[in-house]
Design a binder for this molecule. Sequence first.
Ligand code: FES
Length: 159
Amino acid sequence: MNLKPETIEKIDRLIPRYPVMRSAALPLCHLVQEDQGYLSDEAIEWIAERLDLEPINIAEIVTFYPMLRREPTGQYHVRVCRTLPCALGGAYQTCRRLEEELNVKVGHTSEDGKVTLEFVECHADCGKAPVVMVGETEYTDVGLEAASELAEKIKQGTL
Ligand code: FES
């Protein structure tokens, strides 16, 4: 697998920090996902081999944690915070509006590969709930109207 040299370096430094190699599995998944964008079968096999485990051990972790992805993300990576303050502020309704307008189910990428919509946990800006990230840009107070505006800009490619 083609990992960036800096990722390999981080992995080499990370593994010896754990007395039991298996405990490095989750952070290793994050590092490989950061490098590759998602965790392919090849990535899962590579991580397993690196930790002297079976691929099924890594696949279990990847399917358990929603922030680990099995598919590449779309051109727009939309993440809706669903932790309590945002949930109380209407994050689920915001997410439903984004699902409808962007024609993609949460946890998936649209058929044209343009949008990936996901739930995530707290972005540490809870006073301005609901919070939505598009790529690395944060949008706050994203109620229904703001969600529609965001969706429109995404559809038009102007965001
Ligand atoms: S709960 Fe959503 S930003 Fe903290």
